[in-house]
Design a protein around this ligand. Structure first.
Ligand code: ZN
Length: 278
């Protein structure tokens, strides 16, 4: 299906050059991601619609972060007939009022003259979905991947390394030929990027375990060792990432927590010393 990239006009420290949204024209004209409501974005959507004699029928949002969802209200005001869809996020959806209808994993959504399949891909955010155009082997991947960068997993915003790794595996299994992201250039070799992300998370986890083994017990101590040259302003963000990795290790029983301190859990007893080997 045809996808027209439309810039959301929201450059900033968290969005880089700003977000891409994608207009899919056809019998049911759909916009993927809502941007932030910048009038230049709305006007650009309007121009593309007018050029094709279409109206906006639906808006599909990848997740409830402001740069993807906060423009929904402005779009709803300009195109009152449009329907709005996202995977429910009870904690955050109220922040971005629009007549949201729920998406579920595996839903098939009409878009343009074809179909998109909803792929729930939590990790960056609990409600993150990607949209799979099977006919073109193209994935609208939201914030699952950003070429030239890694994806931020903010523990305090519901980010989960365990879920993110599972989402990477899920998308690897789809074997997309192309991914259209919300940030950065089109991803022409998704497999290479997804494998690099997997390796990056493993390397980061190894660094966290190494810092723990060297006696760093608190998140600020670990950040100081893992990111020695990081500027002060970015340290809280790095702490969020370390925390997200610690939660995975806690879930796996490989790390224990006591208040603000973390410690590695010793390897289980070798079999020769355990009851099983009597
Ligand atoms: Zn995001």
């Amino acid at each position: 299906m045809e996808a027209i990239e439309i810039f959301a006009h929201n450059p900033g420290p968290m969005t880089g050059a700003g977000n891409h949204t994608y207009l899919i024209p056809g019998r049911r004209t759909v916009l993927i991601d809502a941007g932030t409501g910048d009038p230049r974005h709305l006007d650009a959507v309007d121009r593309e619609l007018s050029a094709r004699g279409r109206r906006l029928d639906a808006v599909l949002v990848t997740h409830a972060h402001g740069d993807h969802a906060s423009g929904a209200g402005a779009l709803a005001a300009r195109w009152p007939e449009a329907a709005f869809f996202k995977y429910p996020s009870p904690a955050r959806d109220g922040k971005y009022p629009a007549p949201w209808q729920p998406l579920a994993d595996g839903d098939r959504v009409r878009a343009g003259d074809g179909l998109l399949t909803v792929v729930h891909t939590p990790g960056h955010a609990p409600d993150h979905v990607a949209f799979w155009d099977e006919a073109a082997a193209t994935l609208f991947c939201g914030d699952l991947a950003v070429l030239g960068s890694t994806v931020v997993i903010l523990w305090s915003h519901g980010g989960s390394v365990t879920q993110y790794l599972a989402s990477l595996e899920r998308v690897l299994a789809l074997a997309p030929q192309r991914m259209l992201p919300a940030h950065g250039p089109v991803i022409e070799d998704p497999r290479a990027l997804l494998l690099a992300y997997r390796a990056h998370r493993q390397a980061r986890e190894d660094q966290v375990l190494d810092a723990l083994a060297r006696g760093c017990g608190t998140i600020p101590e670990m950040v100081a060792v893992i990111y020695p040259d990081l500027q002060e302003a970015l340290r809280p963000m790095a702490g969020e990432s370390v925390h997200a990795h610690l939660v995975k290790l806690l879930d796996e029983g490989r790390v224990a927590q006591d208040g603000e301190r973390f410690a590695p859990v010793r390897d289980p007893l070798p079999r020769s010393l355990s009851g099983e080997a009597r």
